[in-house]
Structure formats: C-alpha cells, structure tokens
Design a protein around this ligand. Structure first.
Ligand SMILES: Nc1ncnc2c1ncn2[C@@H]1O[C@H](COP(=O)(O)OP(=O)(O)OP(=O)(O)O)[C@@H](O)[C@H]1O
Length: 278
C-alpha cells in the first residue's frame, strides 16, 4: 500500500500548558489564605483560554503562578512538559494597570527593553521587532511618544505590543481591558482576536466578565468563589463580538451565570464538562 494512503489519526497534540491539581496559598504572619484548591486544566496551542470567576476566586493568583511568580503549595504547572519554577520570557503578562510602562522610556524604548535585556537582541534587531509589533497594534507613529501622552487604550496597546514582540509561548492577560471605557474595551477585544488569528497566539486570559469571557475565549474555565475550585469547563469558540446580542449568546451567558452563582447541580449546561464528572 502506498504510504501516502496511510493517515495517522492521532489524539489532539499534547497540551502546551498543564495546570495539574494546583493549590495556591498566601502566608501572612497571622494566617494562611488559600487562593485556589486543586485546580486542573490544560491549555493547547492556539487556545484562547479564559479563567472566569467571582472576585477573590484566585484568577490573578493562578495567572501569577503560571507566570512563575507564585509557587504552588500543592500540584504542578508544566509548560511543554517542563515544570514552571520561575518567570521566563516564554510567559509574558499584560496587566490591567495603565502604569505598567516605565514613564521615562518612549513607546519604542518600552517595547525594545525586554527584547534587549531578556532576549539579548542587538539594538538594531530589537528596534526592528519592536517597530513591527507596534505596527501590529497600530501605534508605529507613536514610537517616539512618552506613555503619559497616551490614552488608556493606547497604553494597553503598547503593553500588548511589548508582550507580542517577545513571542511568548503563552500570553498571560490579567483583566487587560477592565479599566477601559466600554467602546474602547470592545475595540481592544476585537483587535486582540485579530492578533490571535494573525499570530497564532496562545492566550490565558483572566476576567470576571461573563460577556468578555464568551467574546474572547475559545474555552472557559469556571471557578467557584474563594478558594477557587473548578466548577466546569466550556467550549465557547462559537461566540465572538458579532454574536454578542444574539439569543444564543444571551442564553449561554445566563447559563454561565447559573453555573457560577447557583448551588452546584442546579444548572443544566449541555456543553459544559462538569468538574465533578472529571
Ligand atoms: N498578597 C496577598 N496576600 C494575602 N492574600 C492575598 C494576596 N493576594 C491575594 N490574596 C487573596 O487571595 C485570594 C485570591 O485573590 P486573587 O487576586 O487571585 O483573586 P481574583 O479572582 O483575581 O480576584 P479579582 O477578580 O477581585 O481580581 C483572595 O482571597 C485574596 O484576598
């Protein structure tokens, strides 16, 4: 038989990122605060994976753990099969705050800085990559501007450009658009989705907005209130900004609301894989 007739039909490729039974704690002099309890999920290359849950359920702490800033007290986080033990240029975080850009550096210098110092690129190579990244977020003409002269949305675009330029294996975003007005937020979501398509990005995105999770995410992990445990995992790739007003979108948002806030077991969500069932 000719070999070209043979097709290997394999399972989905191995996960890029594995969060495996991870509990996270903060130790203060008075007590230990448990932020998450035995949370597990897999992120595959190209996923737009959203962590969704109420305030205080440990979303940001999980993101910090994946970034390597917080060590699990239980369980393990692996990137491409290797245990995450410290921060690295393969995982870049974009935060919500507008002040994440050093104000004494121009936009271009801000984007070049990690390329020079974490990736060790020459000035010329860093400049070229940084300009390319700024073009992708529509800010090339502001390369010489200082952060304080930019709007909130523009500052977030610079932070995204700086992260993109590093070509991380996973881009970590902690409520990056939460401080923006509704119109800018929507535009930024649109731009992010276009960037994801264009650059085949893998995203781990934290939000407490159900609508944003449905728009941005291709998969959504629902976390229970403090300490965060996995409630369910959903496939949400069928939704985008265009479907936001639709009855199907509204119904999905309602069902997620039920899963997050009703007592477990009272909500029927066909496409959700119940955490209890795993
Ligand atoms: N530095 C810290 N020291 C002690 N406890 C902390 C610290 N940071 C967070 N926590 C606690 O850990 C828990 C999880 O916090 P975290 O910020 O991860 O939640 P979150 O889901 O991201 O919340 P939000 O949506 O409000 O940002 C909370 O109970 C919080 O009070």
């Amino acid at each position: 038989m000719a070999s070209h007739n043979l097709r290997v039909v394999s399972d989905r490729a191995a996960p890029l990122l594995q969060v495996d039974g991870v509990s996270l704690e903060y130790r203060t002099p008075e007590r230990i605060v448990r932020a998450t309890h035995r949370v597990s999920f897999d992120v595959h290359a190209g996923d737009r994976f959203v962590l969704l849950g109420p305030s205080g359920c440990g979303k940001s702490t999980l993101l910090k753990a994946v970034a390597g800033f917080v060590a699990p007290s239980e369980g393990e986080i692996r990137l491409e099969g290797r245990r995450v033990q410290q921060p690295g240029p393969d995982r870049i975080v974009v935060f919500q705050e507008f002040d994440q850009l050093p104000p004494w550096k121009t936009v271009l210098q801000n984007v070049m800085f990690p390329l020079r110092h974490a990736r060790g690129l020459s000035r010329a190579a860093a400049r070229e990559l940084a300009l390319d990244s700024l073009r992708k977020v529509g800010l090339a003409e502001f390369a010489g501007a200082y952060p304080h002269t930019l709007s909130g949305g523009m500052k977030q675009r610079v932070a995204i450009a700086r992260a993109l330029a590093m070509r991380p294996k996973v881009l970590l975003m902690d409520e990056p658009f939460a401080a923006l007005d509704a119109l800018t937020r929507r535009r930024m979501q649109e731009e992010l989705l276009a960037l994801c398509d264009g650059a085949a990005l893998t995203l781990l995105f934290v939000t407490h907005s159900i609508e944003e999770a449905l728009v941005v995410g291709s998969r959504i992990l629902l976390l229970s209130p403090h300490p965060g445990r996995v409630r369910a995992e959903l496939d949400s790739h069928q939704f985008n900004l265009a479907s936001q007003g639709s009855a199907e979108f509204q119904a999905a948002a309602q069902r997620i609301h039920g899963l997050l806030f009703d007592a477990p077991g009272t909500t029927d969500l066909p496409q959700a894989r119940s955490a209890a069932a795993r």
